[in-house]
Design a protein around this ligand. Structure first.
Ligand code: ADP
Ligand code: MG
Length: 247
């Protein structure tokens, strides 16, 4: 099994604020990694470093075998930022047009072909939004918008999805369907990095967990995470009391 991301002894600061300290972890191809930790614990920063949007102050991040910040095949990565669903509110384009944008890195100077449209059809189908293709992005619910952004990544033939709290503002039923869809994409071989603050939902779907708060408190499979004290340690004394109240 090949390694998609390899992080060694990474540290990152914003000015004088240390955000991440001495993080080492690897992500195998085909895995579904959940990142969890309290607010401000460095989850978004770590996700950015993993996909090369930031460069570490210390240590190394390797993405598909290259230094992440120098990785050039952006179309292989489908990144949906935190609160992306709010940002779509003013997008005057349709679902289909948005997903077709995923083909642009492949189209280059040639014309958009029938094959590109077939790939768009397949991407819409895979995330279950075929019937919405003519709808404006601005007229979608948060969950539908997330699916559109993921379909765009699939159309660009991404093999890594990086999702930052994708279901904030999405109702519970749609959230369940959304995570079932992610499970299917993962089973088809797509590697997924997911930030999700709900530990129950996270551990139901992912196969590996990285629990952090500036430092990495746990990195391993879901069972060993649930058996560990990582949540209590990462969230501090308050949650430790809660954990003891509910043995
Ligand atoms: P999380 O996603 O877990 O909530 P972040 O990665 O957004 O955490 O933030 C980690 C730490 O870095 C926090 O202390 C936050 O205040 C700080 N931080 C994040 N972004 C910036 C920035 N652009 N400038 C300065 N500090 C930042
Ligand atoms: Mg964040």
């Amino acid at each position: 099994m090949s390694t998609v991301i390899d992080i060694q002894n990474l540290s990152y600061s914003y000015g004088n604020t240390l955000a991440l300290e001495d993080i080492s972890l690897t992500v195998d191809e085909g895995s579904f990694l959940g990142l969890i930790g309290p607010n401000g614990s460095g989850k978004t920063t770590l996700l950015h470093l993993m996909i090369g949007l930031k460069r570490p102050d210390e240590g190394t991040v390797t993405l598909f075998g290259e230094p992440a910040h120098a990785f050039e095949e952006g179309e292989r990565i489908g990144y949906v930022s935190q609160r992306a669903t709010d940002r779509g509110e003013s997008m005057p384009v349709s679902v289909r047009e948005t997903v077709l944008m995923g083909r642009f890195p492949h189209v280059g100077h040639r014309r958009i072909s029938d094959e590109d449209h077939v790939i768009v059809d397949e991407a819409l189908e895979r995330v279950g939004i075929t019937d919405l293709e003519d709808r404006a992005i601005s007229a979608l619910s948060g969950g539908q918008r997330q699916r559109t952004f993921i379909a765009r990544a699939l159309a660009s033939e991404a093999d890594l999805l990086a999702l930052d709290e994708p279901t904030v503002g999405v109702d519970a039923e749609s959230r369940t369907e959304f995570y079932d869809m992610l499970d299917e994409l993962n089973q088809e071989g797509i590697t997924i990095l997911l930030i999700e603050h709900d530990v129950d939902i996270l551990t139901e779907h992912v196969d590996k967990v990285a629990c952090l708060n500036q430092r990495l408190f746990h990195h391993g499979d879901t069972v060993s995470f649930l058996e560990s004290d990582a949540i209590a340690e990462a969230y501090g004394p308050t949650s430790r009391v809660i954990a003891h109240d509910h043995p």
